[in-house]
Design a protein around this ligand. Sequence first.
Ligand SMILES: [Fe+2]
Length: 189
Amino acid sequence: MPQLQKDFSYPDFGLRLMKGLPMLFFGGKDSYTFMHYDIDLANIFHFHFDGKKQCILFDQKQNKHLYKIPHSLITREDIDFSNPDFNKWPALKNAKGFVANLEHGNILYMPEGWWHYMRYITPGFSMSLRAIARHPKNLSKAIYNVFIMRHFDNLMRRLKGQKWIDWKNEQAVIRTNKNLQFRFVLKNK
Ligand SMILES: [Fe+2]
């Protein structure tokens, strides 16, 4: 709906907003997104217009606790972040995050590269305005994700199919649990 782009003006946040890419999101009750971070590690301003929405956020330092899938931007898809099973996913107990409950008129700022999971408690919609990553480390990660990681992952999917997906899911658990054991050993020394 390109005409909707004329329906608002860009606020001045002191960041250069990507004006070609305003995004509008709609959700029904209990719909949600997987825990993920955006491929370009952008700064995100999330304007919430209607309904109640819950967002769970983690910074990139929490990756080792999140059962992150290698070569991708998501965590294990079978984790329910709104009600996590800590027996099945014990490392999540060590993850330090934030919960934001959005209502009409709220704006959530997500710093570049932050993980986000969003759940529509009631039907609603929001808009995101985004600004390019400014931290050099994040910018180089964004370039790597867009130009290498994405293509490598697609290639492996084509070559190995389900086997590649199964291997990644397995690795997410192995790598996170390895870190968990290491923390346990350190703590008990
Ligand atoms: Fe996102």
